[in-house]
Design a protein around this ligand. Sequence first.
Ligand code: SF4
Length: 382
Amino acid sequence: MTTSTDKINLLGLTRQEMEKFFDTLGEKRFRAGQAMKWIHHFGVDDFDAMTDFGKALRAKLKACAEIRGPEVVSEDISADGTRKWVVRVASGSCVETVYIPQGKRGTLCVSSQAGCALDCSFCSTGKQGFNSNLTAAEVIGQVWIANKSFGSIPATVDRAITNVVMMGMGEPLLNFDNVVSAMHLMMDDLGYGISKRRVTLSTSGVVPMIDELAKHIDVSLALSLHAPNDALRNELVPINKKYPLSVVLDSCLRYMSALGEKRVLTIEYTLLKDVNDQPEHAVEMIELLRNVPCKINLIPFNPFPHSGYERPSNNAIRRFQDALHHAGYNVTVRTTRGEDIDAACGQLVGQVMDRTRRSERYIAVRQLEADAEAVARTGSRP
Ligand code: SF4
């Protein structure tokens, strides 16, 4: 189990925080950049390996600081190249991180919380309740661990991880400060140098924090919609009772407009048989999203025991997709990756992350890659 110490964990410090740290040590600020390169580019966790630091500075660092990621419980590699890590965080809970390669791109799906308080009806992660927020070091630590598994990553070399989606376990906007710090590190050249269009935060719709997000960072945004009207969304995504659809969509539009550049909202919609997959739901969705620049990802539900939901038939899925497509939307049905390592998951993983959610993430990540590419290519709604 990961234990905490009184030492400052440098892994989760943003550039500003790192500079402040070296200031307090009475050291020059440029040391912050040197330390960050060692940590994030080369995956170093030993101050003695920082060869451009003198012996005295290394001793000073060892006395008050550490570089500590979450404990890796397991790492699995799928036949299709998908990788999955189960990591244990300081609270003792485990969360998952998934890497999906696709052509020249590699997307990492990162968790923000152990458990989740939002209790979406089709998500067994929510059924576990909330356990703990991950620290900034635990969030960025998932990127750090994944990068290390691909070897050192000097800035001059093509990196394996080109995209990150905050779409793992938990609602990222309910762990705001730590997630924002970690996303800054993902985008910082002294961190992982990933473009803002290739870092995506996925939310169920925590409206005040969507507004707050725009003041702090300009990453891409995805909304877990899952229902085209308030009555149904109140059942599927209970936070909708607090922030109904019109309010959530307005906040997403405000976020995108605050970025001052053309962006497309990603809409995620899990298709549940006879619940939200009927033609009238497609009609409602078309009307709901009429003025929202968006791209829609349909996610056929992947049943798990006692979920109470079923996957729609292929015909129903195609019918839903066609209806949206004919209305002018770019809509994609997701397919699953990494199922072989999913099947190999142990009991522990089963306790912290349900298959549906994992499969959803694998598929979602692939779609977000395609979206990012389309936006980068056209600069407008795909
Ligand atoms: S779908 Fe997301 S927000 Fe909803 S309970 Fe599951 S992890 Fe939480």
